[in-house]
Design a protein around this ligand. Structure first.
Ligand code: ZN
Length: 291
């Protein structure tokens, strides 16, 4: 009897998140015959300046950086054997004045209406990822995306990650998965290790043995030269030892040579209490008498 192909979807906020946090797992699932989908949720012109740009005061244009970052993601996904790469293009709070050194990252919790309006007019893409969970059109978009691909497993950011756009992405994905599970879908949802300072609440429930795919992960991460200056020079391999050592540390906890940690969300334990306003933004506005 034919066995249907299973699907794993990894949704990261930025272009290097997926490789760094679950690259070994993605390569492993590809090798095991799963259909793996790699998603970047935001579009952002963030990158680390090259020395000549620091000296001259001129930078790459935002459009150029966004294309560069997408190319890095496609190469990263290819290094993991992943063939489906999707860019959701939600707006990011990283805002750089085009081609200049005026580089800002806005604090998503402290933005005034005027600042949001300013950013909204200039930043490319759909809604801001930090408000996607509260936007009916964005929720409908993500539900449709997950439904169409019949996701079996979804991996994303930990909703208590210290980075605004990381935890916003995690909360957005969790909200959509919860709605689909409430409709009867069988989706398992896992968070990967949070970035930086907030390991406090992250208690891994699962480890994936990535011993056989660790070097594929390193090849994928090595391509992100726009993000990590260290990867541009001869010391790149030394920098990648951070990735290898992290995998060994988690491997030690899991009883295997190298591992990536995940925390399972108990999606059924938190049913959505409210009534969905409407399927789309326009329908929601009509229902509120704003259309
Ligand atoms: Zn990120």
């Amino acid at each position: 009897m034919l066995v249907p192909m299973k699907t794993l979807i990894a949704i990261g906020a930025h272009h290097d998140d997926v490789e760094l946090r679950c690259g070994g797992t993605l390569a492993k699932y590809v090798n095991d015959g799963w259909h793996v989908v790699y998603v970047v949720a935001t579009t952002t012109p963030h990158y680390a300046l090259w020395p000549e740009e620091t000296e001259s005061g001129r930078c790459r244009s935002n459009a150029e950086v966004i294309e560069l970052r997408k190319a890095e993601s496609r190469r990263g996904a290819a290094a993991l054997g992943v063939t489906e790469v999707e860019f959701f293009d939600f707006k990011s709070l990283y805002w750089y004045k085009d081609g200049t050194h005026d580089r800002r990252y806005f604090d998503g919790h402290a933005l005034s209406v005027e600042e949001f309006r300013y950013l909204n007019e200039r930043a490319p893409g759909r809604e801001f990822i930090v408000s996607a969970t509260h936007c009916p059109a964005a929720m409908a978009f993500l539900r449709d995306f997950l439904r169409e691909r019949a996701a079996d497993i979804v991996l994303t950011h930990f909703p208590e990650d210290a980075h605004w756009e990381h935890y916003a992405t995690g909360a957005f994905v969790a909200a959509a998965v919860r709605e689909l599970v409430a409709e009867g879908a069988a989706i398992e949802l896992y968070a990967w290790e949070p970035a930086g300072r907030n390991l406090r609440a992250f208690a891994p429930t699962h480890f994936e043995d990535i011993t056989a795919t660790l070097e594929a992960k390193c090849r994928a991460v090595a391509g992100f030269t726009s993000q990590f200056k260290e990867l541009r020079g001869p010391e790149a391999d030394l920098w990648l030892d951070w990735v290898r050592n992290r995998a060994r540390e988690y491997g030690a906890l899991a009883g295997v040579p190298c591992a990536e940690p995940f925390m399972r969300f108990d999606v059924e334990a938190h049913p959505k209490k409210g009534v969905r306003l409407a399927e789309t933004y326009d329908a929601a506005r009509a229902k509120l008498g704003l259309a």
